[in-house]
Write a protein that binds this ligand. Structure first.
Ligand code: C5P
Length: 224
């Protein structure tokens, strides 16, 4: 482990999309690459943290030097997160599917030649960020959520922070024109109890380093 301000701290990071099965060979997913969560885990590691990295099926490889816990679905991700606690901080960068298929088939669905179309029914997935934010005992001292928004970023993110009960929301504009989702750059606004702080557009690596430094400063003052 690197020497640094986060030495001796355990930090949990979720990252990537989740896959929600339709049948054994098909699934519903989203366009998250896992790039920002991966960069963040690496930056926290570089500041000396012991990192547990709970990742869905991301397109970028996980960083070295962290404990990688691979999952597929939102429900598996929640279980993995709960199993990895306790932590000094938990950062929820994963793009968790809001819904899973409630009537997923045990066997591969087949066309039967009749032209009859399948109907998917959905069930709501657990909200991992809200669940951990609202823990009555054992809550990490700092809980950070992300918010992918396409408009009115600060207002929606501020509401999200209150609704979920997390300490910070890192909000970004994922309108297709920004090229942020799946791209190498990010432009974030951080909402905390003090208000909103907007950073200029920079690489996801630089956003990760900035966030890791901000997390180190926040943990440095916990309990003072
Ligand atoms: O509600 P929304 O999906 O916009 O919130 C985004 C934040 O909540 C992210 O930090 C994401 O990782 C987290 N989240 C979660 N579990 C869900 C949905 C979102 O942890 N089921």
């Amino acid at each position: 482990l690197a020497d640094g301000p986060l030495k001796g701290r355990h930090i949990l990071v979720t990252s990537g999309p989740t896959h929600e099965p339709i049948d054994p060979v098909r699934y519903i997913a989203n366009r998250s690459s896992g790039a920002q969560g991966t960069a963040l885990a690496a930056a926290l590691r570089d500041l000396g943290a012991q990192v547990s990295f709970v990742t869905g099926p991301a397109t970028v490889p996980p960083p070295y030097g962290v404990k990688v816990i691979k999952v597929e679905t939102a429900r598996e991700m929640l279980e993995a997160v709960q199993g990895a606690l306790s932590a000094d901080a938990a950062i929820f960068a994963a793009a968790v599917a809001d819904w899973r298929v409630a009537n997923a088939a045990e066997k591969k669905m087949k066309k039967d030649g009749s032209g009859k179309l399948p109907t998917l029914e959905f069930a709501e997935n657990p909200d991992i960020l809200a669940t951990i934010s609202q823990m009555e005992t054992g809550r990490p001292g700092l809980v950070v959520g992300f918010a992918a928004e396409t408009h009115e970023v600060t207002r929606h993110a501020t509401e999200k922070r209150a609704r979920k009960g997390c300490d910070w929301i890192v909000a970004n504009d994922v309108s297709p024109a920004t090229g942020i989702m799946g791209g190498s750059e990010n432009a974030v606004t951080i909402i905390d109890a003090q208000g909103a702080e907007t950073w200029e557009r920079m690489s996801k690596t630089e956003v990760a380093r900035g966030l890791a430094a901000r997390i180190a400063r926040a943990l440095g003052t916990v309990g003072e």
